[in-house]
Design a binder for this molecule. Structure first.
Ligand code: HSE
Length: 434
């Protein structure tokens, strides 16, 4: 059988990794796919001296790959929303299958892209868009198809996890670790996407759609980054038996779907609390299976290439099948997607860690407790430290039971208005994941 011809668009970290893995494992991949997979064209805007592309035809015109009649599958690895969207839509219009690692593109334009792909009867595969080399999309879409998914919680940004791990373990500074993550090719072109949680929100949007059978709704995801975390809070969390991780949480409730990315305290004895460095991990809780945990490299050249090439193998196996009988892009049949709403952050519920800087006066704790109890907020534990030498203020750390964000925001406003409370109250959400 003739090999399937692939055009790789973008020869950066992931593109060159994909080229190399396809070349190195060509025989093994052909044994799996049933046909060879040949890179017949590469589009690259800048040469990549790290990648020996041999005699493979190269073009600087990305869209030329979508128009090349020789190409069966376009692999989109250029990133971004604009040219990538044009490329993918053009490839689909030309009847080509698409493999992409572009989470921003899928989270923001996925509904449009999948609708066009259905019209044309082509596949758009995007395993590499979430959690790098971990096959979590396949697991959620196919392996867990029996379940009603209750929640998904994941460390899904390798750069952010690398930064938090290095800061906690080695006391390194934020800019120093970020620079290393950029040099290693983990960070996004705009690293604020990593540290402000936008990249994780793109991935969580995709996971939530596949988990709950809802359209992609990135604009409704709540996003909070890690830039305001202090070493003091990391230390207090440890003392209370928790680790702070930048977590994406998607939870199905009767009222709607929670979709939120933020720093989160997790009990230190949970496996996911011990996922460090650039590694990612995604927990999925289903009604039949219970909790599952998927772990692996969430970024990097060959781990991400591993997912791209697995998608290529899937496409090659399915390209001759009846489009109606293929696995739906978002796991559920397109006419069976649900309109269960995505909740605003005010309506979301979690436990909280609060750090209050209080004057060392009698009765402050009683006032704090009274504000919380008036709003039905149950305190789980309190830790009060010695007054700090420089300012004489007493750090008071509280853990609460679960409460809606709306009630917690009201309580924090009241706490900050107390004469004996100085500055902002620090609040970090807590998830027990049990
Ligand atoms: N910047 C992303 C990360 C790359 O650090 O996880 C993989 O999506």
């Amino acid at each position: 059988m003739k090999p399937v011809k692939v055009g790789i668009c973008g020869l950066g970290t992931v593109g060159s990794g994909t080229f190399n893995v396809l070349k190195r494992n060509a025989e093994e991949i052909a044994r799996r796919a049933g046909r060879g997979i040949e890179v017949a064209q590469i589009a690259q805007r800048r040469p990549n001296p790290q990648c020996d592309t041999g005699s493979t035809p190269i073009t600087a015109e990305v869209l030329a790959v979508a128009d090349n009649p020789e190409i069966d599958v376009v692999v989109e690895l250029i990133g971004g929303y604009t040219l990538a969207r044009e490329l993918v839509l053009r490839a689909i219009a030309n009847g080509k299958h698409v493999v992409t690692a572009n989470k921003a593109l899928i989270a923001v334009h996925g509904n449009e892209i999948f609708a066009k792909a259905r019209e044309q009867g082509v596949i758009v595969a995007f395993e590499a868009s979430v959690a790098g080399g971990i096959p979590v999309i396949k697991a959620l879409r196919e392996g867990l198809a029996a379940n009603r998914i209750n929640w998904v919680a994941g460390i899904i940004n390798g750069t952010g996890n690398f930064i938090l791990s290095e800061m906690r373990e080695k006391g390194r500074t934020f800019p120093d670790v970020l620079a290393e993550a950029q040099a290693l090719g983990y960070a996004e072109a705009d690293p604020t996407f990593d540290v402000e949680g936008i990249d994780a929100a793109h991935k969580l949007t995709i996971l939530a759609s596949i988990a709950f059978g809802i359209p992609l709704q990135f604009d409704k995801a709540y996003t909070e980054g890690i830039t305001r975390l202090t070493t003091a809070d990391v230390g207090y969390a440890e003392a209370l038996g928790y680790r702070i991780k930048h977590l994406g949480v998607a939870r199905s409730t009767d009222q709607g779907i929670e979709l939120r990315v933020h720093p989160t305290l997790i009990p230190a004895d949970r496996l996911i609390a011990n996922v460090n460095g650039v590694m990612n991990a995604v927990m999925v809780n289903g009604d039949a299976v219970g909790s599952t945990l998927f772990y692996g490299a969430g970024a990097g050249q060959e781990p991400t290439a591993s997912a791209v090439v697995a998608d290529l193998v899937d496409v090659v196996r399915a390209m001759t099948s009846d489009p109606e009988n293929r696995v739906p892009h978002l796991a559920f049949q397109p006419d069976a997607l649900s309109d269960h709403p995505v909740l605003s952050i005010e309506a979301c519920e979690s436990a909280y860690y609060l750090r209050i800087q209080a004057k060392d006066h009698p009765g402050v704790l009683a006032q704090v407790a009274s504000i919380l109890s008036a709003r039905g907020i149950n305190i789980e534990s309190i830790m009060q430290k010695e007054a700090e030498e420089q300012d004489g203020l007493v750090p008071m750390i509280l853990l609460t039971h679960r409460v809606t964000e709306r009630h917690m925001v009201e309580a924090i406003t009241a706490l900050e208005a107390l004469d004996d409370v100085v500055g902002d109250v620090v609040r970090i959400r807590v998830e027990h994941l049990n």
